[in-house]
Design a protein around this ligand. Structure first.
Ligand code: FAD
Length: 388
């Protein structure tokens, strides 16, 4: 059986659905081919089930890419305000949690329901449980499954990255890019917990669940936020953020007391220079168990001014060299991907292969934590949906 469309969209996640809706609204006969038994699985688990669907302060420097300019055009032509307008049209209650991050009040399901209503209204065809066997290109693109052949002059790849294989992430998009001779920037797990090397793990990981406000930095990037100790290492927003910029064997520096001076008390000559005083000051800044552990491991060498300055300096620059990350099993996103030099920044169409588009996470554009990855999925999806 052969079916003809104007646009075939591979992957029914955030990017693929937005692309199909935009294309359908323009009167294009669009079809979404999804390998899973349902659409938008990642939307449903996102943001702890509440989907952080965009960020009010979205700027190009919230994205990581070999070409930091590439995302600008798409982000400018489909903004957070455009997506918020859609959310408000569907009367979905939402709130700003912090730092411009918008979440559903009820559930991520609201966002998926909204996209489903929109694609139905736009006349988009959805095929679930699609096992693609082959993709060929003649004067048009031909997608073959066991029993069907689908044809269209345009093909949009929206199959996402490698993170969370247990809900179906595959290397399909990268393999297809290679089939068409496109360059890939080697992918790596981003927004991912870090695994400490053995010594730090034995020193700190029995404190699993303890968290503190820190600044984590690596290269020229730094992020302030919560750090959480896990049974193998570190997680929490500040750590997830810096993980996207970290490459083994770089060190990561952690300021355990941002903006605080815990040894200032010793400027007072009446303050006893002993462990009890320092412990009580440190406990004002760090959770008790972490403060005590820090002193067990890094007590000042003596009580001279120089030794106290040294202690203070080290507290603001705990330097770790992670053994690695928790990998794609736990990564919220895949960094790297289809090289943006291969694509038009306006439409996401391949320069070498007219009619072939790549959108969303499979492209070498990765958002920071805070709703930026969905904003990229919507914006790149809209860019292609307006061009197919
Ligand atoms: C736990 C978790 C929480 C997250 N929370 C947030 C958040 O709150 N805010 C935020 O901005 N980002 C969040 N993200 C990141 C965000 O979900 C992704 O960046 C975004 O979903 C990428 O959209 P996409 O459409 O490119 O890919 P995906 O959403 O991964 O969609 C790809 C689709 O393609 C399908 N597919 C794969 N291979 C094939 C194939 N061969 N044939 C057909 N279909 C195929 C997949 O089944 C999937 O449905 C989170 C990610 C995770 C893992």
């Amino acid at each position: 059986m052969t079916k003809e469309f104007d646009a075939l969209i591979l992957g029914g996640g955030a990017a693929g659905l937005l692309c199909a809706i935009e294309a359908g609204k323009r009167g294009r006969r669009a079809a979404v081919l999804e390998c899973a038994d349902r659409l938008g699985k990642k939307i449903l688990i996102s943001g702890g089930g509440r989907c952080n669907f965009t960020n009010l302060h979205c700027r190009p420097d919230n994205f990581l890419s070999a070409n930091p300019h590439f995302a600008k055009s798409a982000l400018a032509r489909y903004t957070p305000a455009d997506f918020i307008a859609l959310v408000e049209k569907h009367k979905i209650p939402y709130h700003e949690k912090t730092l411009g991050q918008l979440f559903c009040d009820r559930s991520a399901r609201d966002i998926l329901n909204m996209l489903e209503e929109e694609y139905r209204a736009a006349g988009v065809c959805i095929f679930l449980n699609v096992k693609i066997q082959e993709i060929a290109r003649t004067t048009e693109f031909i997608v073959r499954t066991a029993d069907t052949e689908l044809r269209a002059p345009t093909l949009v790849v929206a199959t996402g990255g490698l993170s969370i294989p247990k809900i179906g992430a595959t290397s399909f998009g990268y393999d297809l890019a290679r089939q068409f001779g496109l360059r890939i920037r080697e992918p790596w797990p981003g927004l991912v917990p870090l695994v400490l090397e053995a010594q730090d793990r034995s020193r700190y990981c029995d404190l699993t669940g303890v968290s503190a406000e820190v600044i984590a930095s690596c290269d020229s990037q730094q992020f302030q936020g919560k750090m959480l100790i896990t049974h193998r290492g570190l997680s929490g927003p500040a750590i997830l953020q810096i993980s996207s910029y970290w490459k083994k064997p770089q060190p990561i520096r952690i300021d355990l007391a941002p903006g605080r001076n815990v040894t200032a008390i010793f400027l007072d000559p009446k303050a006893p220079r002993n462990l009890a005083t320092l412990r009580s000051e440190l406990r004002k800044v760090l959770p008790v168990r972490l403060a005590d552990r820090r002193l067990d491991v890094h007590a000042p060498a003596s009580w001279t001014n120089t030794a106290l300055e040294d202690f203070e300096r080290q507290l603001h620059a705990w330097t770790i060299t992670p053994a690695g990350t928790e990998g794609y099993q736990k990564a919220e996103v895949t960094a790297g991907g289809v090289d943006t030099d291969e694509l038009s920044a306006k439409t996401m169409e391949c320069r070498k292969v007219p009619g072939l588009f790549f959108i969303g996470e499979v492209v070498d554009v990765t958002g920071q934590l805070g709703g930026f990855n969905f904003q990229w999925a919507w914006a790149s999806g809209a860019a292609a949906g307006r061009a197919v």
